[in-house]
Design a protein. Structure first.
Ligand SMILES: Cc1cc2nc3c(=O)[nH]c(=O)nc-3n(C[C@H](O)[C@H](O)[C@H](O)COP(=O)(O)OP(=O)(O)OC[C@H]3O[C@@H](n4cnc5c(N)ncnc54)[C@H](O)[C@@H]3O)c2cc1C
Length: 360
């Protein structure tokens, strides 16, 4: 249930609080709902009333593929979820063609199991509907989490501070027995911990500088099957982008040009088509097929070309500072691997659970 009234959040029950309602936050909530009387998810965005991408997850415009392991985990957490995706218009992939072109040649597969491919927005929509239906999970939307609250002894995290999105003056404290940061790539976790006096492990960065450029094409059902799922690998030495195509709901082919190392793919329609023609290692088949489809102008060609890097903060190895997963492991005697297996590998999820152990 989405509420925007703060009074209900201040409950006198065991409460887990999750920052961010992306896929990591939603799945963490689903798992924690088995262990906490009350799970509260705080999200910066207002949730769309219909299935559509939202500002807090800008990567959702670009091709996303859920790996089979992710599907298994989601089906375990939300039985019937694949059927629901198909009912919502997701493209049924069983028996359909998937091709991978890399420097060694072409590999063609026919997908053996029932599964659906769909936009990232539909995937998140379905998961959020299932999570919203759980009686002990509530959402606060349009709220920015702006910091963590430490308990008076300074030995654990006891809640968060938030304010209405866009406001600068107010600050409201919300208590929790467990706080999970699932706020994704814009997480301010390190800063918030430093503000409380905790030592934070040094950061390891891998700079990929990926660039994605994405266009949507309307296609007939026959054309959807003829193109199928297709990945043509990038050729970095030749400075050629790769392309990923996924058939999704509403008879749409989701087409993304991608490259790494700071060479960003074209973002205008002409350049996009030229690049497709240049990198087409299927003897011109791809460019010809896309000409049969109708390039959509809405959404316009979306780009993702920030100087991107992956960040690792190794809390587990740190000799001081908050212990990752400490509370879940200690309280429920669950080994970290089991918790991680349940929550993490579904996407390349990034999340941190922390409590206790303030640096002296
Ligand atoms: C271009 C691109 C393509 C990708 N393709 C794939 C793919 O094919 N397959 C795959 O598995 N992965 C892919 N990934 C990675 C995948 O998108 C991410 O790993 C995944 O989205 C992370 O999910 P998340 O829930 O941790 O974070 P996010 O999806 O980033 O969600 C974070 C949420 O937290 C909210 N939030 C942030 N700060 C605050 C705050 N202070 N207060 C309240 N709320 C806040 C945001 O609004 C958002 O809703 C891709 C990534 C990119 C950039």
């Amino acid at each position: 249930m989405v509420r925007n009234d703060l009074n209900f959040a201040q409950k006198d029950t065991k409460q887990a609080l999750i920052i961010g309602a992306g896929i990591a936050g939603l799945l963490a909530a689903r798992v924690l709902s088995n262990y906490y009387e009350n799970v509260l998810i705080v999200e910066r965005d207002v949730f769309p009333e219909h299935m559509e991408a939202r500002a807090g997850v800008p990567q959702a415009f670009h091709v996303h593929r859920l790996l089979p392991r992710g599907k298994m985990i989601l089906e375990g957490l939300f039985p019937g979820y694949v059927d629901e995706l198909i009912a919502a218009g997701g493209y049924q992939v069983q028996g359909k063609m998937a091709r991978l072109v890399n420097p060694n040649g072409l590999n063609t597969l026919y997908q053996p199991e029932k599964d659906a491919s769909c936009s990232r927005a539909l995937l998140e929509w379905e998961i959020r509907q299932r999570v919203q239906a759980l009686p002990n999970i509530s959402f606060l939307s349009n709220k920015d989490v702006i910091g963590l609250q430490g308990d008076p002894d300074g030995d654990r995290i006891s809640g968060i501070y938030l304010r209405e999105h866009g406001q600068l003056d107010e600050r409201t404290a919300v208590s929790a027995d467990l706080v999970v940061d699932a706020s994704g790539r814009t997480s301010k976790l390190s800063q918030w911990l430093r503000d409380l006096g905790y030592a934070v492990p040094s950061e390891a960065q891998v700079k990929a500088n990926i660039g994605y450029s994405t266009r949507y094409y309307k296609a007939s059902p026959e054309l959807m099957d003829t193109v199928g799922t297709l990945v043509i690998d990038e050729l970095p030495l030749e400075k050629k982008s790769g392309v990923g195509i996924i058939p999704i709901e509403n008879n749409t082919l989701w087409v993304t040009l991608f490259s790494t190392g700071g060479k960003y793919p074209s973002t205008d329609a002409k350049g996009f088509e030229q690049e497709i023609a240049q990198l087409d290692r299927l003897g011109g088949e791809l460019a010809a097929r896309l000409k049969e489809a109708e390039a959509l102008t809405l959404p316009p060609i979306a780009i993702f070309n920030a100087p991107t890097f992956s960040l690792l903060l190794d809390f587990e190895a740190a000799s001081e500072g908050p212990q990752v997963l400490h509370e879940l492991v200690e309280r429920y005697q669950l080994p970290p691997a089991e918790i991680l297996e349940k929550i993490v590998p579904t996407f390349s999820l990034q999340f941190d659970v922390f409590s206790r152990n303030k640096a002296s």
